[in-house]
Design a binder for this molecule. Structure first.
Ligand code: ACO
Ligand code: OAA
Length: 378
């Protein structure tokens, strides 16, 4: 086997079919089950998008009402999950908390080992409903605040923000949050989804697949980048009293220096998109709405300054994590909670892929070219 035959990182390798989403870097588009993600983000609730991704079709009124009722009835943090989180120090990363919580939910689920399509869909819906309370509880305990019980009169996005901040969120913030959930929900064979499919391919259970996927999402080359973007902003210095132009100038200078030092700047670049991420314009609009709502134009200066300097120097474009990071910051989430928010959304894509993998399974087991020592005597 030659060097050229080895596809490091499986770059450019097509490993299977999927009918869940289509990422097209040529047209810079992303379709969920055939629908452009921008249209879904503009017109549909996250609950509707979840059903679309799981079942292949947008729900009718009855199906949606049934799921909404299920979701609202399953939002409370289980006592065992709460106890497990309480055992973890607040010095650990919230992704560790999310990973542990899903693992505990798997151990508790009475149908954990039932991989019939009906049981898998029920488990996916249950994780969708239960995970926000994990994020909200962890965010509040880290801030020394008491937990806030879910409210059945609020939709998914409203209730998520309610449980986290203990205040009824305003419509603009709910909408930006909903948009972020829709955009983060699914992206074909990304590293975490592929992890979920590898685990499923051994015929392991759905919660194991999602637990493993969370591990893959944590890294800064994948989901961890939304958190890392905010660390970059903090390193440059977030100064709310500064003008947009001043902030942009400082950000440009920072980026020039970072690139001169050959640093990788998180929130830029993508394995598949090379001319820009299809989701960024929609997420950037949501960020701009938050910037206007909170009166923080200077953050947009940092955003534009980094983007322009990266584009001028290397032609590398931002990915979804770039606008999502500062959006969550403005909403009031602690930086370390950004990637758990990504989990809450991507649970939908992961579980859709678990079901798809299960339905037409082949054990995923590639080959390696051995380059260790030749056979030798003991
Ligand atoms: C929602 C998501 O998960 S989106 C991805 C989030 N991840 C990030 O934002 C992390 C930062 N970005 C990166 O590390 C990369 O762009 C990846 C991992 C996302 C994609 O990487 P790959 O397709 O493997 O490209 P690769 O890392 O080989 O980069 C190609 C070239 O662009 C450069 N490059 C790519 N991204 C960046 C970046 N963010 N900052 C600086 N240079 C970069 C590389 O240094 C490399 O340059 P070289 O050829 O001179 O060595
Ligand atoms: O597709 C990828 O490699 C990463 C990504 O953008 C995502 O998972 O949303």
């Amino acid at each position: 086997m030659t060097e050229n035959e080895i596809k490091k990182g499986l770059a450019g390798i097509v490993v299977d079919y999927t009918a869940i989403s289509k990422v097209n870097p040529e047209t810079n588009s992303l379709l969920y089950r055939g629908y452009p993600v921008q249209d879904l983000a503009a017109q549909k609730s996250f609950e509707e998008v979840a059903l679309l991704l799981w079942t292949g079709e947008l729900p009718g009124a009855d199906e949606l009402a049934e799921f909404v009722a299920f979701e609202r009835a399953h939002r409370t943090l289980d006592a065992e999950v709460k106890a497990a989180i309480d055992l973890l120090p607040t010095t650990c990363h919230p992704m560790d908390v999310g990973r542990t919580a899903v693992s505990v939910l798997g151990a508790l689920h009475p149908e954990a080992e039932d991989s019939s399509p009906e049981a898998e869909l029920e488990k996916a819906k249950s994780l969708f409903a239960k995970f926000p309370a994990v994020v909200a509880y962890d965010q509040r305990r880290r801030r020394g605040q008491d937990p806030v019980e879910p409210r059945e009169d609020l939709d998914y996005a409203q209730n998520f923000l309610w449980m986290t901040f203990g205040e009824e969120p305003v419509a603009e913030v709910v909408d930006a949050f909903r948009v972020s959930m829709v955009l983060y929900a699914e992206h074909s064979f990304n590293a975490s989804t592929f992890t979920a499919r590898v685990i499923t391919s051994t015929l392991a259970d759905l919660h194991s697949a999602v637990t493993g996927a969370i591990g893959a999402l944590k890294g800064p080359l994948h989901g961890g980048a939304n958190e890392a973007v905010m660390h970059t902003f903090d390193e440059i210095g977030v100064r709310p009293d500064e003008s947009r132009e001043e902030a942009a100038a400082r950000a440009k200078e920072w980026m020039e220096q970072a690139l001169a030092e050959k640093k990788k700047v998180m929130g830029f670049g993508h394995r598949v998109y090379k001319h820009g991420d299809s989701r960024v314009p929609t997420m950037k609009q949501a960020l701009e709405a938050m910037v206007a709502h909170y009166g923080r134009a200077e953050l947009m200066g940092l955003y534009d300054g980094l983007e322009q300097a990266m584009d001028e120097a290397k032609g590398i474009k931002p990915n979804l994590d770039y606008p999502a990071g500062p959006t969550y910051h403005l909403m009031g989430f602690a930086t370390e909670m950004f990637t758990p928010l990504f989990i809450a959304s991507r649970i939908v894509g992961w579980t859709a892929h678990v079901m798809e993998q299960r339905a037409a399974n082949a054990l995923i087991r590639p080959l390696a070219a051995y380059n260790g020592p030749d056979q030798r005597e003991l």
